[in-house]
Design a protein around this ligand. Sequence first.
Ligand code: ZN
Ligand code: ZN
Length: 265
Amino acid sequence: MYMAPLFSGSSGNSILIDAAGTRLLIDAGKPAKTIDEGLNEFGLSLKDIDALLITHEHTDHIAGAGVLARKYKIPIYANSSTWRAMENNIGNVPVGCKREFETGRDFYIGSVNVLPFPTPHDAAESVGYCIFAGGRKLTIMTDIGHMTESLYAAASGSDLLLIEANHDPELVSSSRYPYPLKRRILSDKGHLSNENCGKALCRLYKSGVRGAILGHLSRENNFEQLALETVRSELEREQIPKDEFCLWVAHRDGVTGRFAVEEDV
Ligand SMILES: [Zn+2]
Ligand SMILES: [Zn+2]
């Protein structure tokens, strides 16, 4: 199985997961055409996608969702609060494409097991996802204001984790953003800073996590090198050897690559 971030950041998110013959997209925060072009880089197109899983209703996660359902008949999965919050923004969704789940309760798409878990964010009922297939576990959690015990539990032991490293707090404070927006980003229900991401990974290392993709970088208040170096220095502070923890950054505006995890069977 593999995970392939197509886009990740405040200007649009979509992550491809290909596992046990099932192809999932987590979020569709760019126009359908742009997502399709991203898939083309892996020899795929939107016609090959079995399901779209939505984390929450913010535009950078749902911008292309309506078209994926209407034009490509891709079923969209979200919890009921997110459905209510996004329905007016994605337009008409064919009845057969509307799937509802309960946060905290796992379900199957093909032979892939999906567990949506709650995330602290200023949205109706935002979630992250654990994806299980072939004895392996992938976890995706972005748009998280702070780490909680339930987030640690969700991510623990993941074979691969995509986690938010959104901003550098000093860059946010000195930015030209209006004060309420700064406060929102830095709040407990906003976004995870580079430093807090690093601290989270130190703890997750102890649960067996050995690799992470940093994602959802802010356009204005972060850049790839800064995110990597800040997270790396937190790992070094805890004396986690460099060769024991792989770090990558998901590109904001284009395909990052294919991150494969070998299945047990
Ligand atoms: Zn977002
Ligand atoms: Zn959001």
